[in-house]
Design a protein. Sequence first.
Length: 318
Amino acid sequence: MKNILGSLPARLLLGVIAGILVGLYANEALMQVILTLKNLLGSLIIFCVPLIIIGFIAPSITRLGQHASTMLRVAITLAYVSSIGAAFFAMLSGYGIIPHLNIVSSVDGLKELPKLLFDLKIDPIMSVMSALVFSVLFGVAGIYAGANPMEVLKHYWPAYITAVGTMSSAATLAVALECARKSKVLRKDLVNFGIPLFANIHLCGSVLTEVFFVMTVSQILYGALPELGTMILFCLLLGIFAIGAPGVPGGTVMASLGLIISVLGFDATGTALMLTIFALQDSFGTACNVTGDGALTLALTGYAEKNDIEEVNEASIL
């Protein structure tokens, strides 16, 4: 019993339960303190994300040597295919389900959060995309100087719960790395390469939920679903935007607001409602993103083994 309560998933669940209870009964003064601490810790996490990316992806690219560009190309292709696959699945589900739903919008009973005691902004030393580009360039410069998926999934519960709580693939990165390293079927060099990379370019869960909810919002506000051709174009472009979107809360929908407005024709009311609905369920989309990262790393491992790409020992130095 002591071992179970001391495990990371149990501690995360206890934290979620404690947060719910505090949110129900805390007064405004206590909520101000909690929200201020949450904002401060969030800023620290965002500050560390580019450093984590550089610390893992750049050395991994360097160690992969002449195969680095190939593995990077495969990783980006896997991320795009996964994203548009999720988008098309959501689109087909939307056409099949949404016309038969009776959707009522209601926010009754929700509490308004108090203002922060103070707002301390800790900007990262560089953006996530800058860190990714820096890592790739650093790795390239250094170069010039069939498994059971359940073996991966069974280790991912702590990462899944953390993603639900943080709503951020980037903030879940440290836990996701720890979970992936426990799997016997994932190559350790590709874990260090794939997990940090996919945390920022693979957002299949966010894409899936965004596609379904833009269709829902269209039905609610405009009385009809978008045309099939319009949705296909939106899905294909969204897959590209998702690769460049930051793995932070709401990153996918914020990066794709231009698509929502220009391709789907949403007005200010539509985009505001879309942002609200997306934020309410972003936890579960993020959890799907993080779990999917493990699946794509497994695919990378399979590709490496089929193409006789040798595993690089962690102690190897270029």
